[in-house]
Design a protein around this ligand. Structure first.
Ligand SMILES: Cc1ncc(COP(=O)(O)OP(=O)(O)O)c(N)n1
Ligand SMILES: Cc1nc(C(=O)O)sc1CCOP(=O)(O)O
Ligand SMILES: [Mg+2]
Length: 542
């Protein structure tokens, strides 16, 4: 077993913690002052899972420290960093390596481990045996719950990152301390003195032989295995072999997968997962990220980085808008209605197209009767149409749909998900609108991070049952009480839109309408007429 040969506090720690971070706090509190149970509870609540990565920097940010940081961020775990080497590296290969002196690696280790409560240490590039010893010395002074060893030797481009003497250091000093070691087939072969590892059966043999060197568990990664349509990894815990299969993603963007996998395992362990679950989650995460990133292009070399946060592609459809939200987008706000589309026998996409061609400046899909799958498909199709027009698309009520289709935002009412929660889910760039009828609701919307307010019903409406009418006075009161831009809604159409715009408050930016556009035989001309009325009204107000 990993720690049975180590008569140090690391062994003591492994035995006590049983992979739950709460236990650690408990042990510390019992040792120091057994009576302070209130503080113990408080510390338990506040504990943030923490991975320390001890690895090299990759200037191209596909692998190394940079991949570790992104992987931990994606898995919701804090990551601190000790840099062992600085590499000049890009998608073509490694152009230079500058090793950080051992005493300065020791200084970094001490800075982090003496101050922060690190749960799991993950190692990557360790360019000398002395450096391995420095790390082990630090861990004996500051024990952690688990040690994940990614035995980095050769970069994906084929450049050597750890020479033969370092391999001996890894094998003899570090592996016996590891809770898991995660070699690919080439690294497994190098650690085992050049043993041939080209089949799944070889991988099992290698896993067993590596386990004999002392780590608690071994994951031999078969991503580089020739002639396999699947990505097969072998996990061995000393008793059982587990063959973990996932479909191979056909992409050039695989730089940093090893670092990412090991960091994800460390992150899951830091959260308290058992080892096999951590490995499965990590493998699934890497496969998902590779699949998502398979077409992105970063750099011109043969091996590109991938997108850990699954966000880079979404910017391509947002690029039509210069900023996340422009209040003037509220000018002619078209809100769809599944009932009226059914009544007039048209598709939601045709309705949205017509509204856009008539001058709508923002679209909200308010599909109260749609089933989830149908709504999602319609939202994806409408998003493409809105993209072409450079107009934002919001989803009414359904954060899940907005997330799934990467819509520009959502509109929420007082009984929908709170805007603050939606903001946490959607991130800072998405548009969030909140329905408000009072200054208090408007104030809360501002506090919660809304981008705009929808205020109504300005007039009675047949579209929304039992809707309270606030009138022009109610609208004005809400506008004056808030710094946020406001769009008026409820019973508004060609006949009264200019009265609404004429209330003379600068943050009233437009009108939102359902029936005035969509409960009409022809949407396009109605949209044009309403647009003209609004233009005329704002010219007069100026
Ligand atoms: C622009 C705009 N303003 C208000 C609403 C109403 O939202 P909500 O109060 O959540 O009611 P429903 O639309 O969900 O019935 C809106 N949709 N858009
Ligand atoms: C969806 C909605 N919200 C309202 C509010 O007062 O918050 S009024 C309303 C219906 C607006 O439809 P029409 O333009 O057909 O009156
Ligand atoms: Mg709602």
């Amino acid at each position: 077993m990993a720690c049975s040969i180590v008569p140090s506090s690391l062994f003591f720690f492994h035995k006590l913690t049983n992979s739950r971070y709460g236990t650690r706090t408990f042990v510390a509190m019992q040792d120091d002052c057994g009576a302070a149970s209130a503080t113990t509870t408080e510390q338990y609540k506040m504990k943030i899972p923490h991975v320390l990565t001890v690895a090299g920097s990759d200037s191209g940010a596909g692998a190394g420290i940079q991949a570790d940081l992104k992987a931990c961020a994606a898995r919701g775990v804090y990551c601190s960093t000790v840099i062992t080497a600085v590499t000049a590296q890009n998608t073509a290969g490694v152009q230079g390596v500058n090793i950080v002196p051992e005493d300065f690696v020791a200084a970094q280790l001490k800075s982090v481990l003496s101050d922060m409560q690190v749960d799991v240490v993950k190692t990557g590039m360790l360019p000398s045996t002395d450096l391995v010893k420095v790390l082990l010395q630090s861990l004996s002074e500051f024990p952690v719950r688990a040690l994940v060893v990614d035995p980095v030797m050769v970069s994906t481009s084929g450049d050597v990152l750890a020479g033969p003497s370092t391999i001996t250091g890894l094998r003899e000093n570090l592996l016996p301390m590891a809770d898991i070691v995660t070699p690919n087939v080439k690294e497994a072969s190098a650690l085992l003195g050049g043993m041939q590892v080209v089949t799944v059966a070889d991988m099992c043999s290698a896993a067993k032989l590596l386990h004999n060197l002392g780590p608690r568990t071994v994951l031999v990664k078969g991503g580089d295995l020739p002639d396999s349509s699947d990505a097969v990894d072998i996990f061995f815990d000393g008793e059982d072999f587990h063959e973990l299969r996932s479909s191979r993603v056909n992409t050039r963007n695989t730089h940093g997968t090893g670092c990412t996998l090991a960091s994800c395992i460390a992150a899951e362990l830091a959260k308290g997962s058992p080892m096999l679950s951590a490995v499965k989650v990590a493998k699934c995460f890497v496969e998902t990220a590779l699949d998502y990133s398979k077409d992105i292009v970063i750099g011109s070399g043969p091996q590109g980085p991938f997108d850990h946060l699954l966000r880079l592609k979404s910017t391509s459809h947002q690029s039509h808008r210069a900023e996340a939200f422009n209040p003037s987008d509220l000018f002619l706000y078209a809100v769809t209605d599944s009932g009226t589309n059914k009544k007039w026998g048209r598709s939601i996409t045709d309705a949205v197209k017509a509204a856009l061609e008539g001058g709508a400046t923002i679209i909200q899909l308010r599909e109260k009767d749609a089933d989830t799958r149908g709504f999602l498909e319609a939202a994806k199709a409408c998003l493409q149409i809105c993209c072409v027009h450079g107009v934002p698309l919001l989803i009414n009520d359904r954060i899940d749909i907005a997330l799934a289709c990467d819509a520009d935002g959502v509109h929420l009412g007082q009984s929908d998900m709170p805007a603050r929660t939606a903001r946490a889910l959607l991130g800072p760039d998405k548009i969030i609108g909140v329905s408000c009828k009072t200054p208090e609701e408007a104030h809360q919307a501002w506090i919660d991070g809304a981008n705009y307010i929808g205020c109504g019903g300005v007039y009675p409406t047949n579209t929304k049952a039992n809707n309270l009418t606030v009138g022009l006075d109610g609208l004005k009161t809400v506008c004056l009480a808030s710094k946020l831009p406001v769009v008026a809604i409820g019973g508004i159409g060609i006949s009264n839109a200019s009265d609404v715009m004429k209330i003379g408050v600068s943050n009233l930016k437009g009108v939102a309408v359902v029936s005035a556009l969509f409960d009409r035989e022809c949407i396009l001309p109605e949209s044009k007429k309403l647009h003209a009325v609004l233009m005329d009204a704002v010219q007069r107000v100026k």
